[in-house]
Design a protein around this ligand. Structure first.
Ligand SMILES: [Fe+2]
Length: 264
């Protein structure tokens, strides 16, 4: 399996706190069947993002771990004004392995203003946003169909492995399964932060998907699509997302004059 969202680099953010933790996380990941990890530290108001520092840490860890695990680089990208401007000016600075895909961190509460225009500008600059853990966002938990507008723009969706097996509670579990039912998920990733509460484990989600949706779906979400993202290649043909191209059913209906004559 290939994990494209992982806070493995130590001492940068709320992920691994020291070298020992990073190495222990790598060991757990290897034991779980993970072969590649994109190290994706936060870039937000709390944590600054320094590509050179990240590259040095990645190289240090890769040397210590050896070839049992291949490490790449990326960013858990926060949609702030400054970040977006910088990413538009330097499209490969934050993307996974300097290629086309960019992890976009969804907050736990609310939806950032102007998010659609930001996604549009990113697409024009050649980036493919990957929306991370929408199943953990309170607004989208109420109305997951809101995601459809960004799917139609070509954004991809990443669900957290732990959400599928109850690691984030009943709400994210229900929404994660709903999104799988609709075919709105492209990638599963661990978003691992440590070895206890947020461990680097994908195998349980893989087994869950394999059991309920079939082995091909587990391979698509945990191996094939993440590999394409890691390498910066186009995804193979994907199943059509159900309902995503319908008119927004949740939008309030406008009641103009014609509605007086129209049967609903
Ligand atoms: Fe993250």
């Amino acid at each position: 399996m290939i994990d494209i969202h992982h806070h493995l680099l130590y001492g940068l953010d709320d992920g691994a706190r020291d070298l020992e933790t990073s190495l222990e996380m790598a060991k757990i990941a290897i034991g779980d069947g993970i072969t590649h990890i994109a190290c994706t530290p936060h870039a937000n108001n709390d944590y600054s993002f320094f590509p050179e520092k990240n590259a040095a840490l990645r190289a240090e860890l890769q040397e210590k771990i050896g070839d049992r695990l291949t490490l790449g680089l990326g960013c858990d990208f926060h949609l702030s004004y400054d970040n977006i401007e910088d990413a538009l000016a330097h499209p490969t600075k934050y993307s996974i392995n300097g290629k086309r895909y960019l992890l976009v961190e969804f907050p736990d509460f609310g939806i950032p203003k102007n998010i659609s225009s930001s996604f549009y500008e990113m697409a024009v600059a050649g980036m493919v946003p990957i929306l991370t853990h929408p199943e953990r966002n309170l607004t989208l938990m109420q109305k997951p169909e809101k995601l459809a507008q960004w799917l139609r723009m070509g954004c991809l969706v990443q669900v957290t492995a732990g959400s599928l097996v109850g690691g984030f509670g009943k709400g994210p579990l229900r929404i994660a399964r709903q999104l799988l039912d609709w075919g709105w998920v492209h990638i599963i990733a661990t978003d691992a932060h440590n070895i206890t509460s947020r461990p680097p484990v994908m195998s349980k989600a893989y087994e869950f998907i394999s059991y309920h949706y079939g082995a091909e779906e587990a391979e698509r979400l945990c191996v094939q699509n993440p590999r394409s993202v890691f390498l910066g290649e186009l995804l193979a043909e994907q199943p059509e997302p159900q309902r995503a191209f319908e008119e927004e059913s949740a939008a309030p209906k406008k009641r103009g004059m014609w509605s007086l004559f129209r049967r609903e």
